[in-house]
Design a protein around this ligand. Structure first.
Ligand SMILES: Cc1ncc(COP(=O)(O)O)c(C=O)c1O
Length: 378
C-alpha cells in the first residue's frame, strides 16, 4: 500500500475543479444571461433565486444578502436586538457567528456544547431558567446536523426567546420533515464556496416566515433604504449579486439534493469503515437530519501526528475548530460572558479532525481515506 499511496493523487477537502467540470456549462449560461440582461444588482435573478430557495427550504420568504455573517447581523437587527442585550450562542463555530452578534450590538454569552458539537440545550434551559434577562439565542446547526427542533421550540415557547438560527452549514437538513431554521424568527445562511450550497464567491440569505421581518431585512441590506433615496435606517451594503443568484439558481440549487445524497453516502461509508481504537465518531443521527457539510472525528492521541500521516498519503484534513471563540485574540476588550468552563467544547476543539467530504469524492478515494486512517500508528 505505501508504494501505491506515495504517488496517489491528492484527496482534497473540497474539489472545486471537479465541481466546475460538472456545473461549468450551466454557470457559463447563467453568466451570459446576466451579462446580456444589462442588470447586475437586485434584479430578476435575485428575485427568482429567492423564490426557488424559499420553496426548496419550505419557508415563506428568502432574502439574498452579501454573506452569511451579514445574514446573522441583519437578522438580529431586524428582529430588534438592542445594544447591550445578551445573546446565548456557541463557542464552537466559525468566528463569524459571534462577530455578527457583536456587530449588531449584542453581548455574546457562550454556553457549552453537547457531543454533537452544537449548543447543549439542556444547559441552555438551565441558563434561561436562572437568567430572565437572557432572552436571545443564536444556535448553530453545526457540521450540517439539524439540532433537536422540538426542544428548541419548547425553549422558545417556555421563555419567550428570540432565536436566530445559524444555518450556514445545514441547508436542507430537517428534523422529522421540519426544516432547520423554521423555529427561530429567521434562519441565516451562507453561500461561501465550501458550504453545501456554495457559490463561486461570497453570498448569503435570510429565510423567514414573517413578512414584516423580510421587508425590514431587505431595507437593512440596502443602506436602510425604504424607497429610492429615502433612508430610514443606517443600514449595510450587503446585496447578493445577480451573477451569484443566477449561478446558484441554474447550476447549484438544482443539484443540491444529489450533492447531499453523495455526502450522506460518504458519511455512511466512513461510519462503516473507520475502526481505529483512537478514533471516536460523533453520535449517529437520522440521515435526513444531517447534510454532512463536514465529517468530524475525535482523536485520542497526537493530532498533528495523525494529520501528518494523512498528509503523507496525500489526504487533506481540517480542524473545526481549533480555538474556542472566547479565546480568540479579537475578543480581548469585548464585552462577553462564558457560562462555566466549557469542558465539552474544549475537549472537542482539542481533538477534532475533519475528513474530506464533498460531492465529487469517489468511492475509491473514500475507501483510501478509511484505509489510511485505520493504518495510523499512534
Ligand atoms: C456556522 C457559520 N456561520 C456563519 C458563517 C459566515 O458565513 P460567511 O463566510 O458567508 O460570512 C460561516 C462560514 O464560515 C459558518 O460556518
Amino acid at each position: 500500500m505505501s508504494t501505491m499511496v506515495s504517488t496517489a493523487p491528492p484527496i482534497l477537502a473540497n474539489d472545486f475543479r471537479a465541481l466546475w467540470r460538472e456545473i461549468g456549462a450551466d454557470a457559463e449560461a447563467a453568466l451570459r444571461r446576466v451579462g446580456e440582461s444589462g442588470w447586475f444588482i437586485l434584479g430578476a435573478e435575485v428575485r427568482e433565486f429567492e423564490k426557488d430557495l424559499a420553496a426548496f427550504w419550505g419557508m415563506r420568504e428568502a432574502i439574498g444578502c452579501g454573506n452569511g455573517m451579514d445574514a446573522i447581523e441583519i437578522s438580529l437587527r431586524t428582529a430588534g436586538l438592542q445594544p447591550g442585550q445578551r445573546v446565548l450562542t456557541t463557542p464552537l463555530s466559525a468566528f463569524a457567528t459571534t462577530l455578527a452578534i457583536l456587530r449588531a450590538g449584542g453581548v455574546p454569552v457562550f454556553g457549552d456544547v453537547d457531543a454533537t458539537g452544537a449548543l447543549d440545550l439542556r444547559l441552555a434551559r438551565q441558563l434561561f431558567e436562572a437568567q430572565p434577562d437572557l432572552r436571545w439565542m443564536v444556535p448553530v446547526h453545526l457540521f450540517g446536523q439539524c439540532m433537536d427542533l422540538p426542544e428548541l421550540a419548547a425553549l422558545r415557547d417556555s421563555f419567550g426567546l428570540k432565536i436566530i438560527e445559524d444555518c450556514a452549514q445545514s441547508i436542507g437538513a430537517t428534523w422529522q420533515n421540519q426544516p432547520c431554521g423554521s423555529i427561530g424568527l429567521t434562519a441565516a445562511t451562507s453561500f461561501y464556496p465550501t458550504k453545501n450550497l456554495g457559490t463561486m464567491g461570497d453570498g448569503g440569505a435570510i429565510l423567514t416566515n414573517e413578512p414584516d421581518l423580510a421587508t425590514s431585512a431587505r431595507q437593512w441590506l440596502n443602506y436602510g433604504q425604504s424607497e429610492k433615496y429615502v433612508h430610514t435606517l443606517r443600514g449595510l451594503n450587503s446585496r447578493l449579486d445577480e451573477i451569484h443568484a443566477a449561478i446558484l439558481r441554474d447550476a447549484l440549487l438544482p443539484r443540491l439534493a444529489s450533492f447531499t445524497l453523495a455526502r450522506r453516502q460518504i458519511a455512511s461509508a466512513y461510519r462503516e469503515g473507520l475502526h481505529h481504537p483512537n478514533l471516536t465518531l460523533p453520535p449517529a443521527s437520522t440521515p435526513e437530519s444531517h447534510v454532512n457539510h463536514l465529517f468530524p472525528l475525535y482523536l485520542k492521541g497526537n493530532r498533528e501526528s495523525f494529520m501528518d500521516h494523512l498528509r503523507k498519503h496525500h489526504i487533506v484534513t481540517g480542524i473545526h475548530y481549533p480555538h474556542l471563540i472566547p479565546d480568540q485574540p479579537a475578543m480581548q476588550g469585548q464585552c462577553f460572558e462564558i457560562a462555566g468552563s466549557l469542558p465539552v467544547a474544549r475537549r472537542l476543539a482539542s481533538s477534532e479532525i475533519s475528513l474530506p467530504i464533498h460531492p465529487h469524492l469517489c468511492a475509491e478515494d473514500c475507501a483510501r481515506v478509511i484505509d489510511v486512517c485505520n493504518s495510523w500508528k499512534p
